[in-house]
Design a protein around this ligand. Structure first.
Ligand code: RFL
Ligand code: PHB
Length: 430
């Protein structure tokens, strides 16, 4: 098998990358370890930044999201018996969209099928070979057989436990990690959401979050020990603990019911640098993990692949590897800002069970009180939460995505790119 870009992982990063490449007339093949049914049933993130929604619209994935998603103009922070609303519309004239990752993944796979992009299901990449040469390849296992996908470039979009990050030479990679001494116990219930907008609650017993997917599907989380077993938590126990941590006016609207999903997510921040070695480029959770408090994981996967697709497009359009050479520094600049914001929200809103001394608690209270009293602080929150702008070197801003070629150009196979050797690839003609 041969393609221009071998994409390892069919999650949001890998799927969206293949669509952005297709729009640019670049062929890719996506290798996904899991079955399609498994990928399409994972319950994960729910908040999309405006840059994410713009990007999805730019590859004609906006229709269902715009019809079924909910635009939110603010979020609520509950603490000390009061609720502070951060008004995004007023502060930064932006909004976020509530539309589950599960739905995004459906839309991505449907669009890939429509456009004839090859997804090889249940194909587990086991090695990336010759990544520093001109003809790298990905070795993968499928149906008990070992196969090879040859390509010009490899995109490692295989999440936090994938093979691509491990394929980078140890001595070239620096990792940065913060493990938080707690997790989130999350449930999904077919009940109406407590409020029209999200509520992030800081409480002496720990953090709580009220979120939603749609009018009859709510998503709630409470801080729990990192090693908590979800089966130890009955639904009643969960609802009682949630109600304890929420303000009275919110509890008055809480409608409980049986959970249809219950799971524990440990929280950590992690970044691996650089995000590129030779012809292997990492994107999304393969390169970095953020705690879910800032709702940034999925959104960072999207901004990474926008940067990556732009860099690869430059290679195939002009033969220049400048974009690819700059990709890691460029993506990491945005990544670290989201890592900072997610860390800041996490430390401000959670209770730290092991180290929680009076000083840390006072600092968290001071952060919240400052936010309450300062429009500048609220603006900073709103700017980060709704999503920092993309800085694409060639086109400047993410708003350019709106005009970016709707409708793919020809996907006719073209010659391999020159790798800074002066060799120019042939442009598509169709
Ligand atoms: P994904 O979604 O993990 O997709 C990676 C894909 O690669 C496949 N894969 C391989 N395929 C072939 N060969 C191999 N060797 C492979 N190894 C792995 C996997 O099967 C998978 O399909 O990463 P991607 O695309 O970078 O997308 C990132 C987002 O999914 C992620 O940041 C968020 O979902 C993180 N996250 C959350 N983010 C939020 O913003 N809010 C949340 O509430 C939230 N909840 C979550 C989460 C992540 C979770 N994980 C990863 C366990 C809850 C969970 C449980
Ligand atoms: C979710 O709806 O799953 C969700 C919302 C906001 C977050 C994290 C998760 O910060």
């Amino acid at each position: 098998m041969r393609t221009q870009v071998a994409v390892i992982g069919g999650g949001p990063a890998g799927s969206l990358l293949s669509l952005l490449l297709h729009r640019a007339g670049i062929d890719s093949v996506v290798l996904e370890r899991r079955s399609r049914a498994y990928v399409l049933s994972r319950i994960r993130a729910g908040v999309l930044e405006h840059g994410t929604t713009d990007t999805l619209r730019s590859v004609r994935l906006g229709d269902r999201m715009d019809a079924e998603g909910f635009g939110h103009d603010g979020v609520n922070l509950a603490f000390g018996g009061r609720t502070l609303r951060i008004d995004f519309a007023d502060l930064v004239d932006k909004r976020v969209t509530i539309y589950g990752q599960t739905e995004v993944q459906h839309d991505l796979y449907d669009a890939m099928d429509d456009r004839g992009i090859t997804i090889v299901d249940e194909a587990e990449a086991t090695a990336v070979e010759d990544m520093t040469g001109e003809r790298p390849s990905v070795v993968f296992a499928r149906d008990g057989r070992t196969e090879r996908l040859e390509c010009d470039w490899v995109a490692g979009c295989d999440g936090q436990y994938g093979v691509s990050r491990q394929a980078l030479p140890d001595d070239l990679v620096a990792t940065f990690e913060r493990v938080y001494p707690f997790g989130w116990l999350g449930i999904l219930s077919e009940t109406p959401p407590i409020d029209d907008e999200l509520i992030y609650a800081h409480h002496p017993r720990g953090f709580a979050l009220c979120s939603m997917r749609h009018k009859m599907l709510s998503r709630y989380y409470i801080q729990c020990p990192a090693d908590a077993d979800p089966t130890d938590w009955s639904d009643d126990h969960f609802w009682d603990e949630l109600a304890t941590r929420l303000p009275d006016e919110a509890v008055a609207h809480l409608q409980t019911g049986p959970s249809i999903e219950k799971s524990v997510t440990p929280l950590r921040s992690f970044v691996a640098e650089p995000m590129r070695h030779g012809r292997l480029l990492l994107a999304g959770d393969a390169a970095h993990i953020v705690p879910p408090t800032g709702a940034k994981g999925l959104n960072l996967a999207v901004s990474d692949v926008v940067y990556l697709a732009s860099a690869l497009r430059e290679v195939y359009d002009s033969g220049s590897t400048d974009g690819v050479d700059a990709y890691s520094d460029h993506a990491l600049r945005r990544v670290w800002k989201a890592v900072r914001f997610s860390w800041w929200m996490t430390t401000m809103l959670h209770r730290f069970p092991d180290t929680d001394d009076a000083f840390d608690r006072r600092i968290a209270e001071a952060e919240l009180s400052y936010l309450e009293g300062s429009r500048a602080a609220q603006r900073s929150f709103a700017e980060n939460y709704t999503g920092l702008p993309y800085h694409l070197p060639s086109s400047g801003r993410c708003s350019d995505l709106r005009q970016a070629g709707h409708g793919a150009r020809s996907t006719a196979h073209r010659t391999a790119p020159g790798s800074g050797t002066g060799q120019r690839p042939v442009r598509p003609t169709g």
